[in-house]
Design a protein around this ligand. Structure first.
Ligand code: RTP
Ligand code: MG
Length: 180
């Protein structure tokens, strides 16, 4: 059974950007097979940050969270891969860098639980919401119109899996695919 092609949102937080880890984090993503469909560097204000982190508004660390994410430039990425949501969170590591697994981004580049280098969506619903917030539903802009997530638009197009459309797990799992 093929794994499901998924999209998720990744953010390189201000602490990691300021410390010059952007390139290393992007390199780790690429080595793990993620495709970066969209990427933007910029600043977000506190109001925007509070809306993005609305799910945490009753938590004691909410103000700290909003202050940090709006404290400096961030890099926001629309990521694509089979099992992207779980695999990105695995690559990020546990929330607290002190307890994060060896080889993870938070273990390598995190400072503390607040300054933990990266963010990742935690479910398909959250990923859809967060991609909408930052990319307005245009996270696949780099793909061809009416294509499935692998970028093919018609049967016989080259498949990233090296298979024909008939056997491509991406085509089989993508609800927007020309084959459906
Ligand atoms: P994220 O949303 O950033 O990908 O991280 P996560 O799922 O691992 O953690 P979550 O529970 O969603 O918390 C969001 C962010 O809030 C900060 N935090 N601070 N001081 C604290 O006890 C505390 N707990 C969480 C972290 O920066 C976390 O990434
Ligand atoms: Mg979270």
């Amino acid at each position: 059974m093929a794994n499901k092609m998924e999209h998720t949102l990744g953010i390189i937080k201000p602490d990691a950007v300021a410390q010059g880890h952007t390139g290393d984090i992007i390199s780790m993503l690429e080595k793990q097979g993620f495709t970066i469909d969209r990427m933007e560097k910029g600043l977000i204000g506190k109001e925007y940050a509070a809306m993005f982190y609305d799910v945490h508004k009753d938590k004691p660390f909410f103000n700290e969270l909003v202050d940090h994410i709006s404290s400096g430039p961030i890099v926001v990425m629309a990521l694509r891969k089979e099992n992207a949501i779980a695999d990105w969170r695995k690559l990020m590591g546990s929330t607290n860098p002190a307890g994060a697994e060896e080889g993870t981004i938070r273990k390598k580049f995190g400072t503390n639980i607040g300054k933990n280098a990266v963010h990742g969506s935690d479910s398909p619903e959250t990923a859809a919401r967060e991609l909408m917030i930052f990319f307005g539903g245009e996270q696949h802009k780099e793909s061809k119109d009416d294509s499935c997530a692998c970028g093919c638009t018609q049967e016989g197009d080259e498949c990233p899996e090296g298979k024909g459309c008939e056997d491509c797990p991406c085509c089989h799992d993508c609800s927007g695919c020309h084959r459906k």
